[in-house]
Design a protein. Sequence first.
Length: 165
Amino acid sequence: MIVMLILALVAGAEPADDFTRVVDAIARGGSARPAARRDAARALAAAGAHPVDGTHDLAAAWGAMRTPPYRDRALGPGYRQIAIGGGSSARFEQVFLAGQRARVAVVMHGNAAVRLAVTDDDGQPQCGAREHAGRCDWVPLWTTRYRIELQNPGSAIASYTVVVE
């Protein structure tokens, strides 16, 4: 881990945090190669990622050991799998904490497009619905529930994995 950090700093790259590692692992986990899926599962487990609201455990499905308990974050990186019909949308709520960086990322499976919108409990946008903008990053002014909406602008059913922290 320290060697990777040093190499990243020498190369001028910013070291990835748990959220970024989870998003990258989920994107890699779609591989048909068993070794790539096992590596992605290990990355999810190492980052402390966990399924949200009944989503099946990707790390277990891809062959990793049990996910260790996460520490030092209220929500940890969590993920949710969603399938949305063409021209339809899906909504869910997530609590984010005041003064702490909040992030939402959508991993699109296949060539699916997505529009992501996040609004607070007063309906004020945190991130607007934008084509192919599958990320939202902000610092909430107060602890409250935020509404996350994904829209599938295509005509066919699309599958997504949403990562929140």
